[in-house]
Design a protein around this ligand. Sequence first.
Ligand code: PLP
Length: 367
Amino acid sequence: MEWRVKFVDYPRAFADMETEIMDTVRGVLAAGDLMMRQQLKDFEVHLAAFVGTSHAIGVSNCTDGLRLTLEALSVGPGDEVVTVAHTFLATLAAIHHVGATPVLVDVGDDYNLDPDLLDRAITPRTRAILPVHLNGRVCQMDRVMEVAKAHDLIVLEDSAQALGASFAGRRGGTWGAAGAFSFYPAKLLGGYGDGGAVVTNDRDLAERLLALRDHGRVSKSGVNGWGWNCRLDNLQAALLDLKLQRLPDWIGRRRQLASMYDEALEGLDQVKRPPAPSDSGLYFDVFQNYVIEVDCRDELAAHLADQGIETMTAWPVPVHHQPIGLPDFSLPRTEALALHALSLPLTVELEEDQVITVTNAIRSFFN
Ligand SMILES: Cc1ncc(COP(=O)(O)O)c(C=O)c1O
């Protein structure tokens, strides 16, 4: 199908940076810098500086980043990790694959973990809280950290969708022991395949992660234990480093487009909009996604598709209803979002008249 407005326009994004991308690829390939070379180190230094941590460790993807960090923090069998169900399955997979048990709490109006529900989810077996900063908005991390401190729990942040976002002036990924980012192609900082990174201010944890991602290696010939092959490709790192320079502008553009959506949808009572970007409030949102809530979500998505507008429904079946052996937690807000949430196209490539095409089509549906 030929979309008038694509959800993510990869060819357009490539065309906008083609020369620099191809120069970078040529430079890396011509030098034979394929694994764990200077480009990876440079990217890690620049990413840590951008986020504001002392360490960043490039890994194969965010899921592996979360899993390796849990392993490095000795979270495993017998431990419970409190997180949300309104997230991509990867968050829970990381907990499952270290042998720990996910305990799910509902989200609040911001689509993020509701800190009011944390206390009652905590048991003597709880070891960690794994908040997810969804859609480019950081959780109410002051409250999460308070609860974690009171119960002596580890906090690991799933920051896959929130590179550059902050709460109370502090960036997502820097509140807890560590934060993990995703560079999946559709992400704010997207690679050309899978990629991820973990950021931390804890030097020991950083060293354990550096070893764990590379077969436990701590020197050319020595290991300090079992590890995995979860390295970030050097070529991806070089390309991500190139794109990282543009990230502040891209975040600005996303916020501008979110404001345009907000204005164009104002007054349409059937549509619940996310909070518009604010420069003065507690939140600095980066709009990885622009998610609206509507009653007849599937009908609206079909109407938009008929008009050539591609949207995304994340996630129509909540993780605790998937056949993966989780108990049936009662999560009314998560279950309502599975029925009502719809992501509209929002990428830096989106033109202003395309925002109007989308919002006019939404208005025509309700009229
Ligand atoms: C909230 C969240 N957590 C984790 C992940 C996993 O990231 P990756 O695909 O890099 O493993 C994603 C990716 O979509 C995500 O959106």
